[in-house]
Design a protein around this ligand. Structure first.
Ligand SMILES: O=C(O)CCC(=O)C(=O)O
Ligand SMILES: [Fe+2]
Length: 438
């Protein structure tokens, strides 16, 4: 075959050792532990504790709440209410408070340190006895939104804890306890705050007594370029060294992707992808990865592996062959998939990659034939080893419903993966030593 894949056919007896090296990379990637949330308290003063609000949406009758003196808190008889930012103003200034620097250190620890956080005040929530907030994910307001910051103001209440759930784990922020213990030991009350990636499921349990008042902020990556990157040094986690070592061994092996290819990492977090009729570019997400996803990229960077977030589209079921798996830098049109669509993907965009699994037990030549033998100029075939499996992790904002609620038309949302390009063995042996960049 004179197809575009020039790979040395791996003999079946090298599969075992390659799989072994790969499974070490997978295990060490899965063991990486990064922050998904961070929290604390913050002391208020008499110039940061006031909040003004309009009593009705059209009138100018205003109310004032002073959280250093919560006895005067005289809230509505209603169980729960919320105000958007057209109805209230708060003296507390999240930028001046320095909280965003802490959030940056904790949640954007592994990202390019020049990324800045833009916090947009979003809502004021008041929960009276019996009210709660049922489990939900925060709707992404843009592709740049990565997190949520919740500030719980110091009012005496019981219950109303905020629980975060991620995969099988959960974590509860008992703000009521934090606030009441602060209140008794300190002259000025403190607020309690928690920030988390907004694709993490969370809920507020029932408030048993008193009122719980929270301010929510949406956290975005700021668009304006920073003056100069901050040179912060973060101390590596022990698990990082394990991943580096296993990746080093993988890359140092001549039987692993001898002619080059790619490593694929299924992402751990969800990323907002705006739904539009235009192509959606996945590449900017490469710089906006969260937590351990950012850490994996950072470690790949340290081996000089070029990394890109790509969408993975698997049309194998539609065409009964497992060679119809594509990695694309941009979203494919939403709609049904037919031969023409597939032909477009395969032939019209040389940036699209067609995934070849070098560890397939079957005869790889036969598998290449239907696409690459007949269509020579299309998507470039790439030998790809899955370091961690891919999953359905792309969060589609509710705006997607603008297309209507009829899901039967067929939706092809990409699964997002981090693709690390691996140079051929001969080229990488010189450069496989991890630098101290990570
Ligand atoms: O009040 C809270 O603690 C959380 C509120 C919340 O999750 C939201 O407004 O989306
Ligand atoms: Fe929320």
């Amino acid at each position: 075959m004179s197809g575009a894949v020039e790979h040395t056919p791996p003999s079946a007896n090298t599969f075992g050792p390659v799989k072994e090296l790969l499974s070490r990379v997978r295990e060490s990637t899965e063991k990486l532990a990064g922050n998904r949330h961070c929290s604390g308290t913050y002391a208020l003063t008499d110039t940061t504790s006031g909040l003004a609000y309009r009593k009705s949406s059209d009138g100018d009758d205003a109310g004032w709440l002073d959280f250093t003196n919560e006895d005067i808190l005289d809230l509505s008889y209603r169980k729960a209410w919320k105000l958007d930012t057209s109805r209230f103003a708060t003296q507390f200034d999240v930028v001046k408070s320095g909280l965003l620097d802490v959030v940056h250190d904790e949640l954007l620890r592994y990202n390019d340190s020049s990324l800045k956080i833009d916090a947009q005040l979003y809502k004021l929530n008041v929960y009276g006895p019996g009210s709660h907030f049922k489990s939900h994910l925060d709707t992404p307001r843009s592709d740049r939104m990565f997190g949520s910051l919740v500030i719980i103001l110091p009012t005496t209440h019981a219950g109303g804890d905020l629980t975060l759930r991620f995969k099988e784990t959960s974590w509860t922020f008992e703000s009521s306890k934090l606030l009441s213990s602060k209140g008794t030991t300190e002259a000025t009350p403190s607020l309690a705050w928690v920030a988390f990636y907004s694709d993490i499921e969370h809920e507020v349990s029932v408030v048993e007594s008193g009122y719980r008042v929270s301010l929510t902020y949406n956290l975005y990556y700021a668009t304006d370029p920073p003056l100069a990157p901050l040179l912060t040094q973060t101390s590596p986690l022990p698990e990082e060294a394990t991943l580096k070592a296993s990746l080093k061994d993988l890359l140092a092996s001549p039987i692993v992707l001898p002619d080059g290819g790619a490593l694929g990492f299924g992402l751990t977090f969800k990323y907002p992808v705006g739904v539009s009729t235009e192509d959606i570019d996945f590449d900017p997400i490469t710089r906006r990865l969260k937590g351990t996803d950012a850490l994996v990229k950072r470690i790949c960077d340290s081996f000089n592996l070029e990394c890109h977030v790509k969408g993975l589209y698997d049309f194998s079921e539609d065409f009964g062959e497992d060679t119809h798996v594509y990695l694309t830098p941009k979203s494919l049109p939403v709609g049904t998939c037919d031969e023409d669509t597939l032909y477009d993907i395969d032939i019209n965009c040389s940036e699209n990659l067609r995934v070849i699994n070098p560890l397939r037990e079957k005869d790889s030549k036969a598998d290449d034939k239907p696409v690459s033998a007949q269509r020579k100029t299309g998507a470039s075939p790439v030998s790809l080893l899955w370091a961690t499996p891919f999953n359905d992790l792309v969060s589609v904002p509710s705006a997607s419903l603008a297309y209507g609620n009829d899901y039967s038309v067929g939706w092809f949302y990409a699964k997002l993966v981090l693709v690390a390009l691996v140079p051929p063995y001969k080229e990488r042996i010189g450069g496989s030593k991890a630098t101290d960049k990570a």
